[in-house]
Design a protein around this ligand. Sequence first.
Ligand code: BDR
Ligand code: CA
Length: 315
Amino acid sequence: TRKLIMDVDTGTDDAVALMFAALHPDLDLMGVTTVNGNVPLDNTTDNTLRVLDWIGCSGIPVHPGLSRPIVRTEFPSARHFVSDGADDPHGKALDIPAPSSRAQSQGGVEYLIETLRAAAEPVTLVAVGPLSNIAAAIALDPELTGRVDEIVIMGGGHATANVTASAEFNIWADPEATAMVLAAGFPKLTLVTLDATHRAGITRDACRELAGLGTPAGTAAARFVGRRIDAYSGAGHEGVAPVHDVVCAAYLVRPDVVGTSPLPVAVETAGAATLGRTVIDVRPDTSQPANAHVALDANAELLTELLIDTFARTS
Ligand code: BDR
Ligand code: CA
């Protein structure tokens, strides 16, 4: 089994990713850190606890991390476009019961540092929210990167954007943290972009199958993905929606769920119209060295199959 820590801003798609990582037999989810993102930190933490309780995994510790970006005091501007249905009419809480377990008193950044330092074997980091916690941890201990075999990040895009015309939300929400993570020297950095996640849409038919599993994870996934499909319909997508973050979790067990290429990636931290954009150098003759394995493509059928198999499980 592959040991991993997830950093999340739960969120409907984070919720599906968490359930996948907690239930898949080849993955050992050691702990979860939460970050300000889709909703404020208290809500991302509460939602994370809800999800783990709901599937009977409340033994996995949840550590609240940073409540704001690492340099800026706020997001670059008010978030005017919601891509994932988390800010829906139901408010900021996922519509599953309130948690009975509590978050750990140790903060997310401290947990990352302590756990990585103590790990006998390298650990995989899966970061599916703004990168504030990861940046803070490596700022405090730059040698942590050597304790990580791979960091898998949901963020950025080449031909696709969501929060602005240029940028994807996770990267835009903390561009300086992204720059720090890109420069940190992780042995392997995989970036699962919006280009890939938009090719891995989950359909209403798949939701019906998930609901039909009759398991807690199947029921919740059907509800969350259904909400995302509702939120996307009318925006040119009918009956299908991307569930961005779960693509990262699925990639851990089936790397072929995405198509990756080694490419140079930079992040725009100064541009006015382009703040938070990932600048992905796809020129065949570029002289820049590749610093990331960039996923620009994905296999929706395989992802759907993986979700159905994994959410049929109850432990
Ligand atoms: C990313 O931003 C968040 O809204 C989602 O949870 C996902 O991680 C997509 O841009
Ligand atoms: Ca997320």
